[in-house]
Design a protein around this ligand. Structure first.
Ligand SMILES: [Zn+2]
Ligand SMILES: [Zn+2]
Ligand SMILES: [Zn+2]
Length: 126
């Protein structure tokens, strides 16, 4: 019983060492490293899929703030359903709230002179 446990521990250690040696060999060889990390996926599929903005609803402000009679700072439009919500500098933070309740991943600024987009999932600007 005791021997079995020890043997298991040693075989685990042996595996660990093999993996470490493997990594060490790879890091000395640039090409092998490239194989390890085949062109790293830095892009965001959500942003690529969200190029057409749905018509804004409502068109004149944050949906929740309007119904609650509150003020907002900036507006963001959901690229999935067109929901207009306020930014994180606004007390309501309804754009983030909309993502929290719907999982709609991408918003675009609804400010007149801005067209940047933001993916909540990858936390990436596009
Ligand atoms: Zn994304
Ligand atoms: Zn709001
Ligand atoms: Zn939405």
């Amino acid at each position: 019983m005791h021997d079995d446990v020890l043997r298991n521990i040693f075989s685990d250690i042996h595996i660990e060492e093999t993996v470490l040696d493997f990594r060490r060999t790879l890091s000395r060889d640039g090409r092998a490293e490239a194989v390890l990390a085949p062109d790293e996926h830095t892009g965001c599929d959500h942003l690529q899929d969200s190029t057409d903005a749905p018509s804004p609803r409502p068109p004149d402000g944050c949906a929740e703030c309007l119904s609650e009679g509150r003020r907002w700072v900036h507006l963001r439009r959901c690229m999935t359903c067109g929901h207009v919500g306020c930014c994180d500098s606004s007390p309501g933070r309804h754009a983030s709230g909309h993502y929290g309740t719907t999982d709609h991943p991408v918003i675009r600024s609804y400010e007149a002179n801005e067209s940047w987009r933001w993916c909540f999932v990858d936390e990436q600007v596009g």
